[in-house]
Each structure stands twice: as structure tokens, then as C-alpha cells.
Ligand binder design. Structure first.
Ligand SMILES: Cc1cc2nc3c(=O)[nH]c(=O)nc-3n(C[C@H](O)[C@H](O)[C@H](O)COP(=O)(O)OP(=O)(O)OC[C@H]3O[C@@H](n4cnc5c(N)ncnc54)[C@H](O)[C@@H]3O)c2cc1C
Length: 395
């Protein structure tokens, strides 16, 4: 949607296919980072965005050390500039805002309830997609360039020449909601239970609860019973003890298979993959949305010219991957370190980083140094590489 908005503002004809009838979806992260907040300002949407219901998070805390006390490792609030926080905004509100803004341009077409089912390929070039609508209709849509931004289950991933690489992930996630009450904390609240992590996101009248469990243990854990789990969960978040009976069945708890992978090639003639379609991100650090948005901004900058001329060559799509690949590899590399050094041991009941005292000393060293402290904060806020939108899209 970001790419579509930037391109239609520059007069490029864009059709977005979305297989669902709305943007309401199971939880996939609500984080809008400083890089995206700055982008929204650049494209004249800061005021409208500020009116959306939101909570602000300024730091990330991790349980580190022998006592597993919380240490602040990413103090975004200490960064200079006005966007020194992560806005927690329901993703559908942001997508609705972007779609609404794009709809002001006559070259924007959004087809909801329309699922791309396969690529049209002519003489080795992707020339568009076949689609199916919710009412059973089918059709073909041709395009100068097809952008696969259909997430980690992308159609493009079936193309063997793009070469999908998988990396091990030690965890899966459970998602559920609990009512929020007067006197509860606010914002983002993390916690560590017996072989699970929790991240609780304040959504006003309810908590969106995420629980990380060791990969592949969903069925065994469910077999232990909901009551047992809720006892452990409320032991990790005692202020929620009065809501231990709010979940009545395992049907209220959804399993999300966490994956970390990427394509070796994000393109072929006529096709470009961006966001999770090119590189599925783990929820660690909550930066997958940021990366997907930055891919879109880079793609808009490199492709606006060729698209306006009606001819996008392999060289043009290659430039997008070349620009974004290193930052993706670096980010996924850090996620993999967090998986093996922090999440895996903690989920197995061991200490993070092998030696908890040394880990805590290192974390404190980073937090106490004004300059070192800014490195993780800047990385969380802006990612490894910040992209600028094309000037034609600014307002
Ligand atoms: C458990 C979990 C928690 C996470 N938490 C966070 C977080 O807090 N912060 C963060 O930044 N990241 C988080 N992430 C990562 C984040 O969700 C992704 O990196 C991000 O959503 C990628 O955006 P995207 O636009 O590439 O893909 P998606 O957000 O997956 O969007 C793809 C879109 O394409 C549509 N679609 C799919 N197939 C088709 C088709 N064939 N035809 C038409 N439409 C189609 C889908 O309906 C969807 O709307 C989390 C990931 C997981 C697994």
C-alpha cells in the first residue's frame, strides 16, 4: 500500500489486489517506527496519522542477568528528533489511511476480495497475474511490472529460480485477547514465564497478548489444559490474575508459525518481490513492518522513472534488491543471534547468552554509555538503512 501510494502520487497507474475483504486480520504487529512516522510526515499524512488511536513506546526492555531483571536495551526516547517513539497503531487503521489517501489519485485501483492465483508468463517475462474474486469470478490482469508484496506465503515463492532459503526458528507464537481494566499498566508490557515469553499490547479496552512457545510444542502444551496455561501465564503477569478465566476454550488462542527465510533473488523479468514475500521476518525486535515499508520506499524511488516511461528492465528491479539486500541480511542475522543466544536458551529454561552475569554487564555497559545506547535505539527506530521517497510523491 505504501508503494502504491508513492507511485500513484507520481502519476503511475497502480492496481492493488487484496485477497481479503478488509484489512482486519489476525495480529501481525502494530508497530509504526520513527522511519515510517518520518515518511508519513514527508508525504503530508502526519496529522491524519496522529489522529488515529495509538499508544507510544519509547524503549525496549529484555530480561537479562541471573535475576532476569529487565534491562533497557533500546532507548528510542533518548534519540534526537520529534519521532523518538514507536507508535502502536492497529495495522488496519494505517492501511485504511494509506488506501484512502491513494484513492484521491485517479490512477489508483484497489480490488478487495481479489486473490492473485498465478503469474502470467510470456516469453520468460511475468506480464501480470490471474486472479479469483470472492464471488467465484476469475480474470487476468496485465502489468508492466508485477510486485509480489503478498507476505510470507507469496505466490512468487513457488518460482524455483528465486531460491528460497530457510533459517531455523526456535519458537512459535500464540495470540489471544484479554479485557483491559482500569489501573492496568499501559503501552507494551513484556514478561518471562516458565519456558515462554509474553508481550502484551495495550489496545485501549483489551490486551493483545502474544506468547512465544518453543517451536513445535503447540499440541503438547494444549494437551496440558487451558487452566494450567492460564495459571502459568498469570504467574508471569500477576496483575492479570483476575482475568484467568476470561479465555474459555483453546479456540480463543491462535497459533502463528514463526518463520525466518529469504529469497536469493527478489526478481525476474517483470517481477519484483518486497517485504515478507522477499524475506519473512521473525517478530524479534518488531521490525518486519519497518523493513517492508522501507523496501516499498526504495522500490518507489528506483522504479518511478522506468514505470512512467512504461518500460521496467531487469536492471531496474535488480537495483532494488541490491539496495535492500544487505540491510535485510544484517537484520535477519541479528534476529538469528537473538534466536540462538536469547530466545532458545530462555525457552529451554537456561540463561540467555550462556553466562548471565556477563550478559548483564554487557547490557549495562551499553545502557550506561550515552553513545553506545544510541546504536540499538537507532537500529530499532530506523533500521540499518533509511530510505527517502521519490520527490514526486512528497506533499
Ligand atoms: C507472530 C508475529 C508477530 C510479528 N510482530 C511484528 C511487530 O510487532 N512489528 C513488526 O514490525 N513486525 C512484526 N512481525 C513481522 C511482520 O508481520 C511482517 O514482517 C510484515 O507484516 C510484512 O509486511 P508485508 O506487507 O510484506 O506482508 P503482510 O503484512 O503479510 O501483507 C501481505 C498482504 O497480502 C495479502 N495477500 C496474500 N496473498 C495474496 C494473494 N495471493 N492475492 C492477493 N492478496 C494477497 C494478505 O492478505 C496481506 O494483506 C511479526 C511477525 C510474526 C510472525
Amino acid at each position: 500500500m505504501v508503494l502504491a501510494l508513492l507511485l500513484v502520487r507520481a502519476g503511475v497507474e497502480v492496481t492493488v489486489l487484496e485477497k481479503h475483504g478488509d484489512f482486519l486480520r489476525d495480529f501481525r504487529g502494530d508497530t509504526v517506527h520513527p522511519s515510517t512516522l518520518a515518511l508519513l510526515e514527508d508525504i503530508g499524512l502526519a496529522e491524519r496519522f496522529a489522529r488515529l488511536p495509538q499508544r507510544r513506546v519509547t524503549s525496549v526492555q529484555l530480561p537479562i542477568g541471573p535475576d532476569r531483571s529487565l534491562v533497557t536495551v533500546g532507548n528510542i526516547g533518548a534519540l534526537p528528533g520529534k519521532y523518538n517513539y514507536v507508535a502502536m497503531v492497529p495495522q488496519w487503521d494505517l492501511l485504511d489511511l494509506l488506501a484512502d489517501e491513494a484513492a484521491k489519485e485517479p490512477s489508483f485501483h484497489l480490488r478487495m476480495d481479489t486473490e492473485a492465483t498465478s503469474f502470467l508468463i510470456e516469453r520468460g517475462r511475468v506480464t501480470g497475474v490471474r486472479y479469483r474474486t470472492a464471488d467465484g469470478g476469475t480474470g487476468e490482469l496485465r502489468a508492466t511490472l508485477t510486485v509480489a508484496c503478498d507476505g510470507r506465503g507469496s505466490l512468487a515463492r513457488a518460482l524455483p529460480e528465486l531460491g528460497l532459503e530457510h533459517f531455523p526458528c526456535p519458537m512459535d507464537a500464540w495470540w489471544f485477547r484479554l479485557p483491559r481494566r482500569e489501573g492496568d499498566p499501559s503501552g507494551l508490557v513484556g514478561g518471562l514465564g516458565e519456558r515462554f515469553f509474553t508481550a502484551l499490547i495495550d489496545r485501549g479496552d483489551y490486551w493483545q497478548c502474544a506468547v512465544l512457545i518453543p517451536k513445535g510444542t503447540d499440541a503438547d502444551r494444549r494437551a496440558e489444559g487451558l487452566e494450567r496455561f492460564m495459571d502459568r501465564f498469570t504467574a508471569a503477569a500477576p496483575w492479570l490474575a483476575d482475568r484467568a478465566k476470561a479465555l474459555t476454550s483453546w479456540d480463543d488462542v491462535k497459533l502463528l508459525d514463526v518463520r525466518l527465510d529469504r529469497l536469493r533473488r527478489w526478481h525476474r523479468p517483470g517481477l519484483l518481490c518486497i517485504g515478507d514475500a522477499a524475506h519473512a521476518m521473525s517478530p524479534v525486535f518488531g521490525i518486519g513492518i519497518n523493513l517492508a515499508v522501507q523496501d516499498a520506499v526504495a522500490a518507489a524511488r528506483y522504479l518511478v522513472g522506468p514505470l512512467r516511461e512504461g518500460a521496467v528492465g531487469l536492471r531496474d528491479v535488480r537495483r532494488v534488491q541490491r539496495r535492500r539486500r544487505l540491510t535485510t541480511v544484517a537484520t535477519q542475522g541479528l534476529q538469528r543471534v537473538a534466536h540462538t543466544r536469547v530466545i532458545e536458551p530462555l525457552l529451554a529454561g537456561r540463561a540467555a547468552f550462556g553466562n548471565p552475569r556477563r550478559a548483564k554487564r554487557m547490557a549495562e555497559l551499553v545502557t550506561e554509555s550515552r553513545w553506545l545506547n544510541r546504536v540499538p535505539a537507532y537500529f530499532l527506530a530506523y533500521g540499518a538503512l533509511r530510505e527517502r521517497p521519490p520527490k514526486e510523491s512528497l506533499r
